[in-house]
Design a protein around this ligand. Structure first.
Ligand code: ZN
Length: 397
């Protein structure tokens, strides 16, 4: 593909017409006898005009109706008797316009409007459920879930408290009226409860459910028929609204890491709070809405890391397209299947990998900044820390 606008702006239509034989000797108007070979009649009149600041031409007398006007590319076609593609390729060569990979910019995907908050009854009931589940996690009944969080997810008690994680020991079906909803009962599946908050109130609740054959079963008991749907990883009460997960818990670092899911976001928050902010839009299939994008504008770079699988690949494609909206949103490949897997292989390696991404994002930014500004100075300090961390790979966990 060639950038047609670039060709149009680089190739002079006047010069091209002159090399075809046109003579523009009236100083006030670009008119000439028509130089085109298909002009079928008298060539003595000044039937050929260039207008629109030299961008368009028209023959007012004897060229065929389908070939008597256009831009510089059309002129070349009718002059040389070639097709559009050939005309573009030959003009591009003359004007030194090189081929691009793909089209100019991918079209930006359309954004959903900001979600309305869940109704007050929903938020109230959700808060009750979250508090109850928090109590379960801390009690005797939560021992298995606590072990799972520490051993398999790398999350410490401080982190569960901060994120208000909980445990639901038994699948429940709640009255929809209590959630301000109609219709079917509200499904509160058994599993580890992960609430998403916005301005201090719950907006959504995800429950990580045990699935047949999974590690989680060893910690909180095997999947049973009462648990319902065997293949669904996450369940939870309907009626919630997705929002960037716990963005408010961050400290406004210049770089934001958006992970594919809540687990990775919490792990980043726990291990790398001095390097980056962390969040998730909740799954590789999730799409940004305008609220999300507004929240992201404060960051110099938003590094989006999706899992190394098919869903993650689709997510990365989507993020690449979002680059048309903001070049600060950058998809990156995870160092392992996901960050939690990488943590399992050695916590410090994850930290130095994050540090590397942060320092290169800040390098890019510093390169186009006035290096004497205060902001540049602050950025440099963070970058230097990140560089130092990036060099400390292979430390023991
Ligand atoms: Zn003509």
């Amino acid at each position: 593909m060639y950038d047609l606008e670039e060709i149009r702006s680089r190739v002079s239509l006047v010069a091209l017409a002159e090399s075809a034989g046109a003579r523009f000797d009236n100083p006030h108007r670009l008119t000439s006898s028509c130089p085109l070979p298909r002009h079928a009649g008298d060539r003595s009149s000044r039937a050929f005009t260039i207008y629109d600041n030299g961008r368009k031409w028209k023959c007012h007398s004897s060229c065929p109706a389908d070939a008597n006007s256009g831009d510089v590319i059309d002129f070349y076609r009718y002059w040389k008797g070639v097709d559009f593609k050939t005309a573009v390729a030959e003009l591009a060569q003359q004007a030194n316009v090189s081929k691009q990979a793909g089209t100019a910019l991918p079209a930006a995907p359309s954004l959903a409007p900001a979600p309305a908050e869940p109704n007050p009854t929903w938020r109230n009931r959700a808060e009750q459920f979250v508090r109850w589940a928090e109590g379960n996690l801390q009690g005797e009944i939560g021992a298995g879930a606590r072990a799972y969080l520490e051993k398999e997810r790398g999350l410490f008690p401080e982190t569960w408290h901060a994120f208000r994680l909980g445990y639901n020991p038994k699948t429940l079906y709640d009255n929809p009226v209590r959630w301000g909803l109609d219709g079917k009962k509200i499904w509160l599946p058994r599993g580890i409860v992960i609430p998403g908050f916005w301005h201090g109130e719950p907006w959504y609740i995800k429950v990580r459910r045990p699935r047949p054959g999974e590690l989680l079963e060893q910690y909180i008991g095997a999947w049973t028929k009462q648990d319902g749907l065997a293949n669904l990883k996450f369940g939870g009460p309907r009626g919630g609204k997705s929002v960037l997960f716990r963005l408010e818990m961050n400290s406004y670092m210049p770089v934001l890491f958006l992970a594919e899911g809540e687990w990775d976001a919490m792990l980043l928050w726990e291990y790398c709070p001095d390097l980056c902010d962390a969040g998730t839009i909740g799954g590789a299939g999730a799409k940004f809405d305008t609220l999300d994008l507004a929240l992201l504008t404060r960051y110099l770079a938003v590094l989006v890391v999706y899992d190394d699988d098919q869903a993650g690949e689709k997510g990365r494609e989507y993020i690449t397209k979002l680059g048309a909206l903001s070049s600060r949103i950058i998809p990156i490949q995870p160092p392992s299947h996901d960050l939690t897997d990488y943590w399992v292989a050695g916590g410090n390696n994850m930290r130095s990998w994050v540090a590397k991404q942060v320092s290169s994002a800040l390098d890019n930014f510093l390169n186009c900044m006035n290096i004497h500004s205060d902001i540049a100075h602050q950025l440099k300090m963070i970058r230097d820390l990140a560089r130092f961390e990036a060099g400390s790979e292979n430390d023991s966990r």
